[in-house]
Ligand binder design. Structure first.
Ligand code: ZN
Length: 251
């Protein structure tokens, strides 16, 4: 098993560090400097870099890290990522540092967005966030809804390692959609305490997301009711998802 920890970067990014013995993998190194600092302070070598999508805050540090460590770069084949050595489409199973990782195609935020899953740890970039989901920059609502459904079908104890600390603002939106959901109220209190303490609100569990994340709750009558006026009465789950995402964009 990997030992997993976040490396904070920029204003609200998390670069995930996976360590086994004296070797490491990183997911989405948007910046090299905090990764180098952490690797040096722990005396680790970098074996490989995993990239979920092409945005600069997820791949900006790849070039510098490859120069220093000669690490392999696993990244979406469909996107332009600096120094990719192992292009991926989703559906592959990788063996890295003796551990098995599944690659999932989760398009929507970007066209070729990938997620990586190792045992019960999911690294999902900007697809699913704590109590929210990524914006649709390149994909369609149907693609993103299908990607979220793919994640929602994983075991409930899956740990959601997303790439941003957006949980507090997302929970404000969630409680606007569902003001009477006690799980959302309790999560707001938990997350507030963690953040006041300077600790990350992630990873969450998939079970927690299913109970509090409106984007995983499009089939719930209470979520549909909150969208009344923005939706046709016979709208399907993709339309519900699209209307919810639209509402969140203007929130
Ligand atoms: Zn992004």
């Amino acid at each position: 098993m990997f030992e997993i920890s976040p490396i904070p970067a920029f204003k609200d990014n998390y670069i995930w560090l996976l360590v086994r013995e004296r070797s490491a993998l990183v997911v989405d190194p948007g910046d090299a400097a905090p990764v180098v600092d952490r690797l040096e302070s722990l005396g680790l070598d970098l074996a490989a870099i995993l990239v979920t999508h092409h945005h600069a805050d997820h791949q900006g540090g790849v070039g510098e890290l490859v120069r220093r460590y000669r690490a392999d770069v696993y990244a979406p084949a469909a996107e332009s990522i600096t120094g990719t050595t192992c292009p991926l489409h989703g559906g592959e199973t990788l063996t890295l540092l003796g551990e098995s990782l599944d690659v999932l195609a989760v398009p929507g935020h970007t066209r070729g967005h990938l997620a990586y899953r190792c045992a019960n740890a999911l690294f999902c970039g900007d697809t699913l966030f704590g109590a929210g989901c990524g914006r649709l920059f390149e994909g369609t609502p149907a693609q993103m809804a299908a990607s979220l459904a793919r994640i929602a079908a994983l075991p409930d104890d899956t740990l959601i390692h997303c790439a941003h600390e957006y949980t507090e603002i997302n929970l404000r939106f969630a409680s606007t959609v569902e003001p009477d959901n006690p799980d959302i109220r309790q999560r707001i209190a938990r997350v507030r305490a963690l953040r006041a303490d300077g600790r990350p609100s992630v990873p969450s569990t998939l079970a927690e997301e299913k109970a509090t994340n409106p984007f995983l709750r499009c089939a719930q009558p209470v979520v549909r009711a909150a969208l009344a006026g923005r939706l046709a009465v016979d709208a399907g789950n993709v339309e519900v998802f699209a209307a919810l995402r639209e509402w969140r964009n203007g929130f």
